[in-house]
Design a protein around this ligand. Structure first.
Ligand code: DON
Length: 304
């Protein structure tokens, strides 16, 4: 399959889409990212990488980090993890508070903010240095040290993180948060502020295409069942209230972030990462979704 030719063609096809979305502006550190940044990286299981545009430039991965947090916590807690967070799509925006009240402080899934905050609390309980160990974990998955915290983004997240503070406080009142609220928020805001490139993201997600084993080292990071389940939750919950449409149009498990990144996985074959900061009304990359829709159409590959 000529992946290089396909992504080059897609890059031209999506050009008319620029200008239709809106760069995240809830924090100044993201609002200043140029809207015309654009990269695609395809990393195959056999070690080949195909890329176009700004695929080597690190950007704020935001909620894509929620997948790394789950992948780090799941082997530690096993199935007990699902007692504190659900596995159902929320059908609501990523930072919604309403459902949490009805469901007594148990978030619907680990990819909405409330769910990621609970997973963060679990990481704090287990890992003595959660921030450092999160970075180490992602570096191991991606096979690269070029993964870091953007401290300006982390500071901004803290300064404007009132809704996240409300979510943690509410869950604490339901005894679903153990660590101090400030510590959970601090680790979570850093998680949102992880910076890495499309190329490194695609490499890091190959573990989910390879049933829990790192293709570059052969090391098992997740059981086969855990990898399957993370993919399943990405498919049903990775795009919030747009998850159905993403499954419908793209047909792959994936995860988005408000920095404009999207990563998706074709089991046994590859991972693909796209970066384009203009977002649609659901907070997902406008052009990123178009790129992935074209990719599965042109390659004829999806999980269905
Ligand atoms: O925590 C927040 O609300 C932000 N840092 C945004 C997280 C995010 O990327 C949601 N996903 N699309």
């Amino acid at each position: 399959m000529d992946y290089q030719g396909i992504i080059e063609e897609i890059a031209v096809l999506v050009e008319p889409e620029f200008g239709k979305g809106k760069v995240a502006d809830y924090i100044p550190a993201l609002a200043k990212v140029p809207a015309d940044k654009f990269g695609i990286a395809v990393q195959t299981m056999d070690g080949a990488c195909f890329q176009v545009g700004d695929a080597e430039e690190p950007f704020s991965i935001q909620s894509i980090a929620k997948v790394f947090a789950l992948a780090q916590a799941y082997p530690v807690y096993g199935e007990a993890l699902w007692k504190r967070v659900g596995m159902e799509p929320s059908g609501n925006p990523f930072n919604s508070l309403v459902q949490l009240e009805y469901e007594k402080g148990i978030p619907r899934n680990p990819f909405i903010n409330a769910g990621a905050l609970v997973i963060t609390d679990m990481l704090i309980e287990h890992f003595p240095k959660p921030k450092t160990q999160m970075l180490d974990f992602i570096r191991e998955l991606s096979g690269s040290d070029d993964v870091y915290y953007d401290y300006e983004v982390a500071r901004s997240e803290r300064e404007f993180g009132f809704t996240n503070a409300a979510l943690v406080n509410f869950m604490k009142s339901h005894y679903n948060i153990k660590a101090p609220v400030e510590q959970v928020l601090d680790v979570y805001f850093h998680q949102c502020a992880i910076a890495m490139s499309c190329r490194k993201l695609a490499s890091a997600f190959l573990v989910l295409a390879n049933h829990g084993v790192l293709p570059h080292s052969g090391k098992r990071m997740l059981t086969q069942s855990q990898a399957k389940r993370i993919n399943a939750v990405m498919l049903t919950c990775g795009f919030y209230d747009e998850a159905g449409e993403f499954a419908f149009c793209v047909g792959l498990p994936g995860k988005s972030g408000v920095g404009g990144g999207i990563v998706a996985v074709i089991p046994n074959e590859l991972a693909i990462a796209v970066w384009s900061p203009e977002l649609n009304e659901h907070g997902n990359s406008q052009i990123g979704i178009k790129v992935l829709e074209r990719f599965t159409t042109m390659t004829g590959k999806s999980i269905f």
